[in-house]
Design a protein around this ligand. Structure first.
Ligand code: FAD
Length: 479
């Protein structure tokens, strides 16, 4: 669906009756903050004056009922509608590349209720992660979902992108933090999913929305799990002569019932060029950073001691734990200027996930293919780490940067796309799943058919049944 020939003034007037005119923007200058998310190509295209996100109107509702009303209007007018959280996504999912309405959810930002007995909370979708965490911390509580984009990302955006945070190895990804959702269907009905996620009242509707990137519904609030702030954290750092030993140490820790909050294994290049910079200490070898936390200090000490034994048994060499503490303190710094990449660089992350049987193959095949896809003249740097671990496998985060890409936008895009095609196809062939926590958006949409096979038809049928006019976030997720 494309927003061609719509009467923008009439649409803005109708939307203004729902939200008040102050929350409806149509002037190009006023809509600039919504012209790109953080996908490299969206950033580069906007800088070149050719933004891929071209909303006709931006609207900022403050209630779930207003969201439902706006979706009904979009259906009546037949215009695309794209939810927007913090715009921090890196796959292009939030860009209104077919025009229409951008629905900014950041004014839907209340903490509606905290249940101190169950340790759960009803939080609205537009709440920024960092602000939510600060409010909880003031009450001795926390939401153990800490993405590096915490300053920008909203709770709804994390849910929609199926995101992850640095404590995922113990507390899980965003899908593990959610009990239920309030959402607006693509035809404008306000729905509440069953109150708890462990039930046998049919399939889990809540999880259908998680990872749907705005294509199947608009999340307006979530019931999420909280924790008490931990009383103790224990850190450890080990280096390994080769990747195999490091992966094996991680595998044994995760499959033995230990529950590290942080497990980050850096390959030798990432240790030397990325982690070493963060902790200001030379790290020439494969390096594993661990952190254990909890309410009972003796249990935390014991769990950490057992994990450190595993590292030593796999020929790990103990490094000062202070390095891991420094990493923890500075963990967000390296995603922001002046450390974050800027134009005219080309940057991006291929983050895939696989079980332990395939994980090393995926690492070697994907990194080899990425390197082979970039001619030497472009001076590729590739830093790879394994930073979200599961009882059955891990994710691989291959961060590529070309310091100065081709000046021509189309040539730069072709180089970027060649890297993603090579890395993604090699990873899939070696047994990985397309993405671990950044989502699909526009960037990985071309690979969804390969990922799902005939299953993609089932996804398409779900989309068509829920969104007969195809107005909600059209073109994303390969739908
Ligand atoms: C520096 C940096 C570091 C990052 N680190 C991490 C990290 O550690 N972990 C991680 O998981 N990600 C990370 N990301 C990626 C990004 O922050 C996440 O994908 C985040 O979940 C996006 O949230 P957002 O609110 O910005 O969503 P947006 O980018 O605004 O939107 C993302 C998608 O969700 C949809 N959407 C947004 N809100 C809703 C809603 N309420 N209902 C339905 N659909 C909605 C949009 O339409 C779009 O399809 C990082 C990004 C940057 C730039």
């Amino acid at each position: 669906m494309d927003a061609r020939l719509i009467d923008v003034a009439a649409l803005a007037t109708t939307l203004g009756k729902v939200t008040g005119v102050a929350e409806v923007l149509t002037a190009p200058e006023a809509m600039k903050p919504w012209q790109n998310d953080q996908w490299w190509y969206a950033v580069a295209a906007a800088a070149a004056g050719q933004p891929i996100s071209r909303p006709d109107v931006v609207v900022r509702p403050t209630t779930p009922e207003a969201v439902a009303e706006i979706v009904k209007i979009a259906n009546q007018v037949g215009v695309p509608i794209t939810p927007w959280g913090g715009g921090s996504g890196v796959q292009g999912a939030a860009n209104a590349n077919r025009g229409g309405i951008v629905l900014d959810l950041k004014l839907l930002n209340r903490v509606r209720h905290i249940d101190h007995q169950s340790l759960t909370c009803v939080v609205e979708a537009g709440k920024i992660c960092k602000e939510f965490e600060a409010e909880l911390n003031a009450q001795g509580l926390c939401f153990t979902h800490y993405p590096a984009s915490t300053e920008w990302a909203t709770i709804g955006g994390c849910i929609a992108a199926r995101g992850s945070g640095v404590l995922s190895s113990k507390y899980g990804k965003i899908e593990d933090h959610i009990l239920s959702l309030e959402f607006v269907t693509p035809t404008g009905e306000l729905v509440h999913t069953p109150a708890v996620p462990r039930h046998a009242a049919g399939p889990e509707l809540t999880q259908m929305l998680v990872g749907s990137e705005g294509t199947l519904g608009i999340v307006t609030a979530a019931v999420v799990k909280l924790r008490k702030l931990p009383t103790k954290r224990v850190f450890g750092v080990y280096s390994f002569a080769n990747l195999k030993d490091g992966v094996e140490a991680g595998r044994q820790i995760m499959t033995s019932g230990l529950r590290p909050a942080v497990v980050r294994l850096y390959d030798a290049h990432a240790a030397a060029h990325s982690l070493a910079r963060a902790v200001e200490h030379p790290l020439p070898d494969v390096t594993l950073v661990l952190m254990f936390d909890g309410d009972y200090p003796d249990l935390v000490d014991l769990e950490a001691a057992k994990a450190f034994e595993v590292c030593r048994a796999n020929r790990g060499t103990e490094l000062p734990a202070k390095l891991a503490e420094l990493w923890w303190e500075r963990r967000y710094v390296f995603y922001y200027p002046p450390y974050a990449p800027e134009l005219p660089s080309i940057w991006g992350t291929i983050d895939v996930v696989a079980d332990f049987e395939h994980i090393e193959d995926v690492y070697y095949e994907a990194t080899k293919a990425i390197r082979a896809a970039v001619p030497e003249q472009w001076d590729l740097s590739l830093n790879t780490h394994f930073s979200h671990w599961y009882e059955w496998g891990s994710m691989i985060y291959a961060r590529m940067k070309i310091p100065t890409g081709p000046a021509d936008l189309a040539e730069a895009k072709a180089l970027h796309d060649a890297v993603f095609k090579a890395g993604t196809e090699a990873a899939l062939k070696a047994g990985a799943v397309l993405n671990d926590h950044h989502g699909v958006g526009m960037r990985l949409a071309p690979y969804m058919q390969q990922q799902y096979g005939v299953g993609m038809d089932a996804l398409r049928r779900i989309k068509t049944a829920l969104d007969p006019k195809g107005i909600l976030c059209p073109g994303k997720l390969g739908l």
